[in-house]
Ligand binder design. Structure first.
Ligand code: GUN
Length: 297
């Protein structure tokens, strides 16, 4: 018998969950203040003037204000050399007042992201980008979890979406999202995990098997309704900037999932924006609180 689309789905509200997490963090900041302990301080390093990066960092700064963290914004022209940027990172690494910091990506093409990430002190690496923190996923002594996958796992947990023994298909194997997410689904989620990437031959044959489909590629509309099993949970991690003259800043952010054709097949689905994006920010705040408490309990 042909499988048909389900008629109703639950929209996973990342904004609401992120708000709940922020309320929990605000409470913790107040408790620390009352105990005379240090208020967490998050610093942002932004290179160049990419509009989307500026928007992302503005949202992160606003989140710091919302929870009562201290923050510092550090801006550099896109002509800065890799050496100068590395020197600046060394300075922030040694600054005792900064508990965590991020280097917003993308960086200009003359700067190696790998080299720059590895300059970040792992216990201040609140994005969880360093090799040490990638290893945290399977470590007996975890430090700081990669922020985007941490947010996805937290979203599934708070919606009580069971992962144990489930067929999870991750589309995309990037260092920031797909690769660490697949490891976390195995280690923490006890799921059976398939990772698809640009060399995967028949993507639909894999995605159609997924109880939980998680997509982090950066290709708007990649996943269409015919690629999704009825009743699946679909998590869209894609964030692609597309020109949109109707928006005040001239662009909008699109996910990888063609929401209109996919949603009717789903039990749960994340929107873009308002799904995983706010959770990455919540994870960043959680990691900053953890970085502070690890150093100064
Ligand atoms: N660029 C897009 N997403 C991210 C992120 O989560 N962290 C940083 N540092 N840069 C990004």
């Amino acid at each position: 018998m042909a499988e048909t689309a389900t008629t109703s789905y639950t929209l996973i509200d990342g904004r609401k969950v992120s708000k709940d997490i922020k309320a929990e963090i605000s409470q913790r900041v107040l408790e620390r203040k009352a105990q005379g302990k240090k208020v967490p301080h998050l610093a942002f390093i932004l290179v160049g003037d990419d509009g989307a990066s500026q928007t992302y960092v503005d949202n992160k700064v606003k989140a710091c204000k919302d929870v009562g963290f201290h923050y510092t914004m550090m801006r550099f022209a896109d002509t800065i050399s890799e050496e100068k940027l590395a020197k600046h990172i060394a300075h922030v690494n040694d600054d005792d007042d900064v508990d965590g910091f991020i280097v917003q990506l993308p960086l200009p093409p003359h700067i190696s992201v790998e080299k720059i990430n590895e300059q970040i002190r792992p216990d201040k690496d609140v994005d969880g980008f360093t090799n040490r923190n990638f290893g945290s996923i399977i470590s007996k002594q975890p430090l700081l979890m990669p922020a985007t996958p941490f947010g996805v796992i937290e979203l599934l947990r708070r919606y009580q979406i069971e992962t144990e023994g489930k067929e999870c298909v991750v589309v995309g194997a990037s260092r920031i999202a797909g690769a660490p997410l697949s490891m976390m689904l195995i280690e923490q989620g006890h799921a059976t995990v398939t990772v698809c990437h640009k060399y995967t031959k028949d993507l639909g044959a894999h995605t159609r098997k997924a109880d939980i489909l998680l997509v982090a590629v950066g290709k708007p509309g990649l996943i269409t309704g015919d690629m999704v099993k009825p009743g699946a949970v679909v998590i869209d991690i894609g964030t692609t900037k597309v020109d949109d003259p109707s928006k005040p800043n001239g662009f909008s952010i699109k996910g990888d999932v063609d929401f209109a054709t996919v949603a009717p097949h789903c039990s749960f689905i994340t929107p873009v924006p308002g799904g995983v994006g706010p959770m990455t920010i919540a994870s960043l705040l959680l990691n900053t609180l953890r970085a502070t408490e690890l150093r100064l309990p």
